[in-house]
Write a protein of this length. Structure first.
Length: 410
């Protein structure tokens, strides 16, 4: 993967390239970012960049001064960042043999570690047992999360782990001599799944073999072993901007610009979530929400029961998407009520609905609704009974907005 394949994060890409060209790259990096921000694609792009044959190397012919060490060894660097190989490129070339192998995840000097499960009771699995599945997963879901990965290998309710045996394999592989590239890279995805057995890695993380780079890719640093965390250099990725998500959807998923902007606005900078939304892009959440609010405010218990019966059959993911859409409209309504000049930035159909929400509920009521929607999403994620949950949610919404009423019409 090349940097150009990573959605958005232009400032972060430039920062990483600057670290490489300036010889300021630590032996151990922690690429930390929320789900869907693209830290795994960034790590893969960095690994390909470092192994690309276009990257200037030490020991090149003496037509120009030698370049800086990739890992901060005390070697003077030219001010321009040039070496015998020329200026550091902005990206891997994508065409040299090393780039082609890196893109296919078969480069012998780029190693991967990730959570796995036993194939059968008593197994002591290591990452290479699942390398075929890993390559396919990265090809199809580079913005996927640990749940997506574990489900793709049939984990169901099993807990994934990075095992003690895997730690031993990491140490063994990184102590081998490089096959082709001057650099060895380990991409350790989801170090949150590394338990106390991860302490076996402390020595090699702190004092790795020459020109060896650890790239830890994580979403939650609070779940990483402190002993590992303290030995890494942090590179923090922010959530994607709505415009970046929308651009990714139009260029990669072929989505129309208007629909891409709507999906991006709901996804909250999470490209994985945006792709999940696409699976339900044809669902008319606004009509479903209008029907619900009319049942709560106008048509009464019979209509409420009928609505709950229908929504309980949607499935967990679609229920979450619907609640997220309601949450998005409420946030839009609050933004319209307290910030001037926002009307032109909201699609007309959403603007009309958000303004109606401002009429049926004040600011405090809207904030209360947001809280109960977040609670409902939390319980849906944990397999709550859908009928009971939406009946309870219907009653809560009625009590929150009972002192006002407005029939929501097309």
């Amino acid at each position: 993967m090349q940097f150009k394949d990573v959605i958005g994060q232009s400032d972060l890409k430039a920062h990483i390239r600057g670290m490489v060209s300036g010889g300021r790259l630590s032996h151990a990096l922690l690429m930390l970012g929320p789900e869907g921000s693209g830290v795994l694609p960034l790590a893969l792009a960095l690994a390909q960049y470092l192994t690309c044959e276009r990257l200037p190397r030490k020991g090149a012919p003496k037509a120009a001064p030698a370049g800086p060490s990739l890992f901060g060894d005390p070697e003077p660097a030219p001010a321009t960042g040039t070496t015998a190989g020329g200026v550091y490129p902005d990206d891997a070339c994508g065409v040299c043999p090393s780039c082609q192998k890196a893109a296919a995840l078969i480069h012998p000097d780029i190693h991967f570690s990730y959570p796995v499960i036993p194939r059968k009771p008593g197994d002591k699995p290591v990452s290479t047992d699942y390398i075929v599945e890993w390559r396919e997963f990265v090809r199809q879901y580079p913005y996927g999360n640990a749940y997506d990965w574990l489900q793709s290998i049939g984990a169901e309710n099993k807990q994934g782990n990075i095992t003690a045996q895997e730690c031993g394999e990491i140490i063994r592989k990184l102590n081998l001599k490089s096959f082709e590239s001057p650099v060895k890279v380990l991409v350790l995805w989801m170090p949150e799944y590394l338990g106390n057995e991860g302490n076996k890695l402390l020595k090699i993380v702190e004092e790795p073999p020459e020109n060896t780079l650890f790239i830890l890719v994580a979403e939650n640093d609070g779940q990483i072993l402190p002993t590992i965390l303290s030995r890494t250099q942090l590179i923090k990725a922010p959530p994607l901007k709505d415009g970046e998500v929308a651009e990714g959807l139009t260029q990669r998923a072929g989505l129309e610009a208007d629909k891409a902007r709507m999906v991006a606005s709901i996804s909250e900078g999470n490209y994985r979530e945006a792709l999940q939304q696409l699976q339900h892009a044809d669902d008319d959440w606004q009509s479903l929400l209008r029907e619900w609010l009319n049942a709560i405010l106008k048509t009464g218990p019979v209509a409420q029961v009928k609505w709950v019966e229908g929504v309980s059959k949607l499935g967990r993911e679609r229920q979450k998407q619907f609640l997220r859409y309601f949450n998005h409209l409420l946030e839009t309504a609050i933004r319209l009520s307290c910030m001037e000049g926002q009307e032109g930035q909201v699609p007309e159909t959403e603007r009309d609905f958000a303004l109606r929400l401002n009429k049926i509920a004040g600011r405090e009521q809207q904030e209360a609704i947001l809280r109960v929607l977040d609670e409902a999403s939390y319980y849906i994620e944990r397999n709550a009974n859908a009928k009971m949950l939406f009946h309870a949610l219907t009653l809560k919404l009625y009590h929150i907005i009972a002192n006002k009423s407005l029939i929501l019409v097309n």
